[in-house]
Design a protein around this ligand. Structure first.
Ligand code: ATP
Ligand code: MG
Ligand code: MG
Length: 572
């Protein structure tokens, strides 16, 4: 595979390796982690984080942990844990490094640390770095202040440590309702005036009488993300904790809480550091889990794995390959400044991956009958075409030509427009891999719609024979024999939104849906395609890349999804 291009994170890691920063007995010098919350399906943005974290571990002989950040019991579920694991593996990564790896070293759940985290919370109270606040939620919000305006200390901020400790224990024992008390960090005397809102006595434990998908009813208090995340990193001895830029303002608390707990002997040195990179923003796509959920729940799409969805399960079903996603993540690189990646970059990576691999076949997507009037009835003649034009070693495919064919409706014009060199009365074209034909006219229904085109063929013009050289024609049409073609459903997918930034501020993404994001057609395909297995990918000549749908295909009856067209034709 290609040498990974350098980026600022690689530079940091290489400097750390050179300095021996993370040299510890029995541990790799690079340990990263991918920390999803199991509250939804992974999407293309997560793929960037996965490729980055697992890719760095792979390239520097390290380890990348999969850690479920499961501290919001109401929103989380085992279903999501399962699909996340599945998606990471499908992308080509594995948290388990090798056969002998011990599961507890690489697969983690923040909920496994609940006892340790709780002990650290008590320790912070005892050392004067945390207190139980009993203000109402409204007072707490009001006293937090705003940007540019200092907040006010809680009246409970200076309650004795023993009182906070007693309250925390009673919170844990279930004596209070949700929201009655909250445990907060006490960072410094003037923390409530900090210009960084995240440093104004952030909450670290809250009461939630909720069933947790792993710890059941053991707990009715749960640690906050900003407390759990750094401490989980430190427990796992992560070396480089890589997250998106919006967490930059959380880094001071990340460092503070790790430092306090390290002083209490909870961790080994050196402790982890957080590094931020720009999240993936992809044009024509929304990646907010909340918005994706809305599309599923209001029936805009058929489910999380609808091929129009940017979820990993969706793009997989659409026909994207893990290699194309890895190539995409490599190509877009890692930077520290936010920007937008054009959707066509993703499509380009898919074409680049599939072009050398995908076998060629023919499909007529909007069929119109072509009748070769001088071709004998009940006769078929074999034609051959390469499986792949640049790989002769992959051999040929064979299919029949006969008197009645299907061609694309737009390959005929009764009155040709300027520069049109396909079928029109009096014009000659080549039926690809077959014969040259001359158009003689068409049949119409009572409303004037063309229902069949007529032509005559030149028996000495067959492709691959000597006589074929005598015919010079501009048009080269694809076709299938009506008697032999496989009739099946083909779904023509396109971008889900018409607006390049459906997620941008002030816009209602639901009003920007592309009405043509899915068109279902009854197509005729080259004989032989009926043996396609779910997930098999092809190039349909002249049309693009297609995949046998992994959900709706049945043995002997594949249905196809268009992954992407041959060229970027959006907006043209
Ligand atoms: P939500 O949409 O609910 O806020 P999230 O996107 O933060 O969820 P997590 O499960 O917390 O989802 O994300 C796991 C990891 O994936 C985090 O480290 C997060 O930074 C990263 N990630 C999420 N979205 C993107 C993105 N668009 N680009 C790069 N990384 C991302
Ligand atoms: Mg998150
Ligand atoms: Mg997010």
């Amino acid at each position: 595979s290609a040498t990974p291009s350098s980026n600022f994170l690689r530079a940091i890691i290489e400097a750390d390796l050179a300095a021996g920063t993370h040299t510890r007995p029995g541990l790799p010098k690079v340990i990263t982690r991918f920390p999803p919350e199991p509250n939804g399906y992974l999407h293309i943005g997560h793929a960037k984080s996965i490729c980055l974290n697992f890719g760095l571990a792979r390239d520097y002989a390290g380890r990348c942990h999969l850690r479920f950040d499961d501290t919001n019991p109401e929103k989380e579920d085992q279903e999501y844990v399962d699909t996340i694991m599945d998606s990471v593996r499908w992308l080509g990564f594995d948290w388990k490094q090798d056969e002998d790896a011990i599961e507890t070293e690489y697969l983690h759940y923040a909920s496994d640390y609940f006892d340790q985290l709780y002990a650290m919370a008590e320790y912070l109270i005892q050392t004067g770095y945390a207190y139980v606040d009993s203000q109402s939620a409204a007072d707490m919000a009001a006293n937090r202040g705003n940007f540019g305006e200092a907040g006010k200390n809680s009246p409970f901020r200076n309650r004795p440590a023993a009182e906070s400790l007693d309250l925390l224990r009673r919170m844990k024992a279930g004596e209070f309702e949700d929201g009655a008390h909250i445990l907060r960090a006490k960072i410094s005397e003037d923390a409530m005036a900090s210009p960084n809102m995240n440093m104004r006595d952030p909450a670290i434990y809250r009461i939630r009488h909720a069933h947790h998908h792993r710890t059941g009813d053991d707990w009715c208090i749960y640690p906050m993300y900003d407390f759990t995340h750094p401490l989980s990193d430190a427990i796992e001895q992560i070396t480089h904790s890589i997250c998106t830029l919006e967490f930059q303002d959380h880094r001071p608390f990340y460092d503070w809480v790790i430092e306090r707990c390290a002083e209490g002997g909870f961790f080994k040195q050196p402790v982890p550091h957080q590094f931020e990179f720009a999240r993936l923003n992809l044009t024509y796509v929304v990646t907010s889990k909340r918005k994706l959920r809305q599309l599923v729940e209001n029936g805009t799409v058929s489910g999380w794995d609808d091929p129009r969805m940017p979820t990993i399960v969706g793009i997989r079903r659409r026909g994207y390959t893990p290699e194309s996603i890895q190539l995409f993540c490599e190509r877009i690189g890692v930077t520290r400044s936010d920007g937008w990646i054009d959707y066509s970059t993703l499509e380009g990576c898919l074409r680049e991956d599939l072009d050398p691999k995908a076998p060629r076949t023919v499909a007529v997507l909007r069929p119109l009958k072509l009748i070769i009037d001088n071709f004998p009835e009940n006769v078929s003649i074999a034609c051959t075409a390469p499986v792949h034009p640049h790989h002769p070693e992959r051999g040929n495919r064979e299919f029949n030509i006969s008197r009645e064919l299907w061609i694309e409706a737009d390959d005929f014009m009764e009155v040709p427009s300027k520069g049109y060199f396909r079928l029109f009365p009096g014009n000659k074209v080549r039926l690809r891999y077959g014969y040259v034909v001359e158009c003689t006219g068409c049949d119409k229904d009572a409303d004037g719609n063309v229902i069949a085109v007529h032509c005559t063929y030149f028996p000495d013009s067959k492709s691959g024979t000597e006589g074929s050289a005598n015919y010079k024609v501009k048009g080269n049409l694809h076709w299938v024999s009506a008697a032999h073609a496989v009739a099946t459903e083909v779904r023509l997918y396109d971008r889900l939104f018409t607006d390049a930034n459906p997620d941008a501020g002030g816009k209602d993404f639901m009003t920007l849906l592309n009405p043509n994001a899915l068109q279902v057609v009854n197509a005729y395909l080259e004989a032989g395609i009926e043996t396609a297995q779910a997930d098999d990918k092809y190039q349909f000549e002249r049309h693009g890349y297609f995949v046998a749908d992994r959900v709706d295909s049945t043995p002997g009856k594949p249905v196809f999804n268009r992954v992407t067209t041959l060229k970027d034709s959006w907006g043209k």
